[in-house]
Design a protein around this ligand. Structure first.
Ligand SMILES: [Ca+2]
Length: 386
């Protein structure tokens, strides 16, 4: 769901919980205000909250990052089902549009096609190229030419205006950092010549060119950014993975996506990426290897499947509090580190049973693993679902 707001209520929460309990999976956007506000429905424990990353796997500056912790003092509790769980691409994502409402561009230089992005002003123009540097001033040599312009120093709009006022017929602005340049000329745009963005990687070929052909036309597809772009990517990947493992429940698919996500940002779970960036192939492999129930092969005391260190779990509730008893075999030493959802929750004598207490209400899925103390040698993940 690409929608959200600050309000929550028990009727809505119960409806999503009921849907999830029935085997479904609900995915919703974290929100685009770039703050730590918890948005709903994404913030309900039964709903998977999605953040957005860019093509370089950096978090989008607009992606909301609510805390996973609620309450104070003894009532403080951490629940990774009420904050961002997973991230997916949501910056400059090619998206469907209402018919004819988007613009798309084509660009060829010296007869060779290059990637471009539509900035402003529909139209089609072919001609000789004039390299105008950063185009900080009008330049009569651009008259009748297509201006090839470097990004930087002044606004995109001022560059295109200087080209047009010099008699230029079109403008190509080349990025000054890796990747494609996406931009507009702003609301006050008064230029009329077609202007496109180009990728930094193509700069050498572009500034050496003799001729160019650029066209901007209406399109049914355009580039959009938002956690609303990332959310359908997660939904689609979840469906794709689920289609290969149709015997699993939605909650099991959710746990597998979380357990197999590629870490992003700070090491381990964090409030921006949650468990990490969604990885379709890794999730499929995870389910093929571990089955729907994850590393515990069906819960209730079955051992994990990894070589060496294995974790056996037994989980139960008392007076609404969730307890997970963990026991270990195959440890290299006398102690093991215990992790829940990627966070160290304790260290245990490896021959003893360790009890993890989770005081948050309701259901939830938690991923446990144990590692030989102070080492990266760990068991396979064990998924516990209440
Ligand atoms: Ca992380």
């Amino acid at each position: 769901m690409s929608l959200g707001g600050g309000g929550s209520n028990s009727t809505e929460s119960n409806a999503f919980q009921s849907f999830t309990d029935g085997g479904g999976l609900v995915v919703a956007a974290a929100g685009n205000d770039g703050n730590n506000v918890r948005s709903y429905p994404a913030g309900y424990p039964s709903v998977m909250m999605v953040g957005a990353n860019d093509a370089n796997n950096n978090i989008a500056d607009f992606s909301q990052f609510p805390t996973c912790t609620t309450g104070r003092g003894k009532k403080q509790k951490t629940d990774t089902s009420i904050c961002v769980e997973i991230a997916a691409g949501g910056v400059d994502t090619l998206s469907t549009y209402p018919a004819g409402m988007a613009t798309a561009s084509n660009m060829a230089v010296d007869g060779v096609a290059y990637a471009s992005s539509a900035m402003e002003n529909a139209g089609s123009i072919a001609g000789s190229v004039y390299f105008m540097g950063t185009a900080e001033a009008e330049d009569g040599a651009a008259n009748g030419m297509i201006c090839m312009i470097d990004r930087g120093v002044i606004s995109f709009y001022d560059k295109v205006l200087n080209c047009e006022n010099s008699g230029g017929d079109g403008a190509i602005i080349i990025n000054n950092e890796p990747g494609m340049l996406y931009g507009t000329l702003g609301d006050a745009n008064a230029t009329t010549i077609p202007a496109v963005g180009a990728a930094y990687e193509d700069r050498a070929a572009l500034i050496a060119a003799n001729s160019a052909d650029i066209a901007i036309g209406i399109s049914n597809y355009g580039f959009m950014s938002g956690t609303s772009m990332a959310t359908p990517a997660v939904s689609g990947i979840a469906a794709r993975v689920w289609s290969n493992h149709s015997e699993c429940t939605g909650t099991e698919i959710r746990a597998a996506l979380n357990a197999s996500a590629m870490d992003g940002g700070a090491n381990g779970h964090d409030v921006y990426f949650g468990h990490g960036i969604i990885d379709a192939a890794a999730a499929d492999t995870y389910l093929t290897t571990n089955g729907c129930a994850g590393g515990d092969n069906g819960g209730g005391g079955d051992p994990g499947t990894g070589d060496g260190l294995t974790v056996t779990e037994n989980h139960y509730k008392r007076k609404g509090v969730k307890y997970v008893d963990l026991s270990f075999s195959g440890a290299a030493g006398n102690t093991v580190d215990v992790f829940r959802d990627g966070n160290l929750v304790g260290t245990s004598v490896s021959s003893a049973t360790y009890t993890d207490t989770i005081s948050s209400k309701g259901g939830g899925t938690y991923i446990y693993k144990a590692c030989d103390a102070g080492t990266p040698t760990c068991s396979v993940d064990v998924s516990v679902t209440f």
